[in-house]
Design a protein around this ligand. Structure first.
Ligand SMILES: [Zn+2]
Length: 52
């Protein structure tokens, strides 16, 4: 299966703290990932969303 490379960016400061991949499903409306992750810039757990 094809994997899409994405970065997870902090929604507060925009720092791209994490890199991951996700399965690419063609023809399926994909939800954007949103995860609570630790941001070293904010020094707190914040929501991180996928960005290219
Ligand atoms: Zn941040």
């Amino acid at each position: 299966m094809e994997r899409e490379r994405i970065a997870l960016a902090c929604t507060k400061c925009g720092a791209r703290n994490y890199r991951t991949t996700k399965a690419k499903k063609i023809g399926v409306d994909q939800q954007r990932l949103a995860l609570k992750k630790f941001c070293s810039t904010c020094k707190a757990h914040t929501e991180h969303k996928e960005s290219k």
